[in-house]
Write a protein that binds this ligand. Structure first.
Ligand SMILES: NC(=O)c1ccc[n+]([C@@H]2O[C@H](COP(=O)([O-])OP(=O)(O)OC[C@H]3O[C@@H](n4cnc5c(N)ncnc54)[C@H](OP(=O)(O)O)[C@@H]3O)[C@@H](O)[C@H]2O)c1
Length: 312
């Protein structure tokens, strides 16, 4: 079996598989916002399957339903096989729980509570990465929450710190240099961040990319039918796919073709999809001429990178 390729996650030095796992899909009891129920056995199966396939990085969050609990229950005995990233900022008693704890409290106390609760649910002594879940520049300035994460780091509970925040805050965060990693979305269908990924990676920041399969083909994953049809039909990307290669696989290879995408946390609750993604990642990036042509065709239909994040 081919090996999954790895990359160094910026200044963290973590040697992560470029295909990794987004554990939001195993959230299960996310009442009212999850029309695809998941059994505990399915969660256990997919979590063990991803480790068996050699994936070594998992992203979760305090507010992803039972995701952290399942990771703790079903794979914490294999903790030395994976790097673990979670997110904090939510509070269980705050916000509308049915929508995934939308309410956030940006105080030092809540960050410390979040770290401790995640460690308990995940049945581990440390997180490799703890990220803010949507903090703004203002949240960080007013709540001294970066200090709280650094304290958790000093206590050995967290190794590296990051943020998954709206794009408009990232240039300031990059300027501050406080975060070791950034997480944000990127794919052929949303290239807004394409240049910023390069800029941030060149500054030593680890780049964790979500949406790397654009949520899968409509009918298979959660993909948005309009966007898929628009991109593939208008840009004629089907002409660039290899024989037998699914559209989702093409999108994943496009994401992996960006040299500064250190890892992409693809979500799935379906082992067949997981194994397809592994086989796709093992084939590696698109051939250079195909990648160039795909970008040219996407440019032509207006799916282009933002020139400057000031404008997004
Ligand atoms: N603000 C934040 O910090 C934030 C927000 C959103 C997500 N995230 C993180 O990012 C991760 C991924 O996010 P995402 O869900 O937006 O993007 P994604 O990984 O692009 O999409 C996941 C969807 O793609 C489908 N899929 C995966 N592989 C497939 C395949 N081979 N064929 C067809 N469909 C496939 C899955 O459906 P099946 O289950 O049917 O395979 C799933 O519904 C999450 O799990 C979470 O860890 C973070």
């Amino acid at each position: 079996m081919a090996q999954l390729s790895k990359a160094t996650l910026g200044r963290t030095g973590l040697d992560v598989t470029r295909l990794s796992y987004g554990a939001m899909e195993i959230r299960s009891e996310w009442a009212g916002n999850d029309d695809r129920p998941l059994t505990e056995t399915q969660a256990e199966t997919v979590l063990n399957a991803l480790l068996d396939a050699g994936i070594n990085f998992i992203d979760t969050a305090d507010c992803y339903g039972r995701s952290e609990e399942y990771i703790g229950r079903f794979i914490s005995h294999r903790r030395d096989e994976y790097y673990l990233a979670s997110k904090c900022g939510c509070h269980p008693d705050h916000g509308q729980k049915g929508l995934g704890w939308v309410g956030k409290i940006w105080t030092k106390e809540n960050v410390h509570r979040g770290v401790d609760d995640s460690l308990r649910r995940l049945k581990t002594d440390y997180l490799d990465v703890m990220q803010f879940h949507g903090a703004t520049v203002e949240d960080c300035e007013q709540g001294a929450v970066i200090d709280a994460l650094n304290e958790a780091r000093d206590q050995g509970k967290v190794r590296w710190i990051g943020t998954s925040s709206a794009l408009e805050h990232k240039p300031t965060f990059l300027e501050w240099g406080s975060f070791d990693v950034f997480q944000f979305g990127y794919s052929a269908l949303d290239r807004t961040t394409e240049n910023f990924i390069t800029e941030a990676a060149n500054a030593g920041t680890g780049m964790i990319i979500r949406g790397g399969v654009a949520q899968g083909e409509p009918g298979e994953g959660r993909g948005n039918a309009d966007r898929w049809q628009q991109a593939f039909d208008e840009a004629k990307l089907d002409e660039l796919r290899e024989e037998g290669e699914s559209r989702t696989a093409f999108i994943l290879r496009f994401t992996l073709s960006h040299p500064h995408v250190h890892t992409t946390i693809v979500g799935t609750r379906n082992v067949d999809h997981l194994l397809e993604n592994v086989r796709t990642a093992e084939r590696g990036p698109l051939a250079p001429d195909v990648y160039t042509e795909a970008k040219r065709r996407l440019d032509a239909v207006g799916l282009i990178p933002a020139e400057s994040l000031e404008n997004v």
